[in-house]
Design a binder for this molecule. Structure first.
Ligand code: KIV
Length: 270
């Protein structure tokens, strides 16, 4: 069944919402076929796939390319494009143009903004224009320099209260769901109880309405995974085994075999 923004906003199934990142067509196809509800084309593509130290260098053009690749592989899951660092927040017109391109050109169904006081009005404006917004509070990795790293957020009462206020402000502004990253479980529980829209947790405990992780961490293809992440497979080890076997087969003259090539009769008999 095709998952729409309205299904997520008014989630009434008696199970948690599932969300996972993907960055390319074959992975999106597998994630989609597994019945995952939402696929996030995260700006985590920067560190997971593009070899950057963090997400800050990721550009709009890179996100457009990865988002359209994912959209080509997803038939049912809701595809959400993560807006990269400084593609929003500096100029209202640029932000609207960049977010709009994710729907118009890259075929996303919604966008995600790493949120704060600066994204409340923008969320309302985008929502009114028909661009569904998923908000993201708690640890927002695009602020890693300002935060002094990627530490847990909302651990003091005043910081927790600010996250609660911003959650509610983004719901009022029209966000259809809220990602809560690396915050105490009891803070996520309180926000989940107070909001109508669903919360999607990552390192935020068991009380959220859904969960999201980075696909590379889940399948075992990450060099460094976040402490709250979990690995459910060994894809990296399997890739290494396959590539070693290919190398050995070529070196030992076992590949290609006769069945992998053909001889054209009469090629040199004119
Ligand atoms: O970029 C990303 O993958 C994310 C998730 C971790 C929520 O923002």
């Amino acid at each position: 069944m095709v998952v729409r923004v309205t299904d997520i906003r008014e989630w009434d199934a008696d199970r948690p919402i599932t969300m996972l990142t993907a960055y390319d067509t074959p992975t999106a196809r597998i994630v989609d076929e597994a019945g995952i509800d939402m696929i996030l084309v995260g700006d985590s593509v920067g560190n997971t796939m593009l070899g950057y130290e963090n997400t800050l260098p990721v550009t709009i053009e890179q996100m457009m390319s990865h988002t359209s690749a994912v959209a080509r592989g997803a038939e049912n899951a809701l595809v959400i494009a993560d807006m990269p660092f400084l593609s929003y927040g500096a100029s209202r017109a640029d932000a609207i143009e960049h977010c709009g391109r994710m729907l118009k050109e890259a075929n996303a169904a919604a966008i995600k903004l790493e949120s704060g006081p600066h994204t409340v009005e923008l969320t309302e404006e985008l929502t009114n224009l028909g661009i569904p917004v998923q908000a993201h509070l708690g640890l927002t990795p695009q602020h890693e320099h300002q935060l002094g790293g990627l530490a847990r957020q909302g651990t003091r009462t005043s910081a927790a209260e600010q996250i609660i206020e911003l959650s509610s402000a983004h719901e009022t502004a029209g966000a259809f769901s809220l990602v809560l990253e690396h915050v105490p479980a009891n803070l996520a529980e309180r926000i989940t109880n107070e909001l109508e829209i669903p919360t999607i947790g990552i390192g935020a405990g068991t009380h959220c309405d859904g969960q999201v992780l980075v696909v590379n961490d889940v399948i075992g293809l990450s060099e460094r995974a976040a402490p709250f992440s979990a690995q459910f497979g060994e894809v990296g080890a399997e890739m290494r085994r396959a590539i070693d076997r290919y190398r050995d087969a070529v070196v030992q003259g076992e590949y290609p075999g006769e069945e992998h090539s053909h001889v054209e009769p009469d090629l040199f008999e004119s």
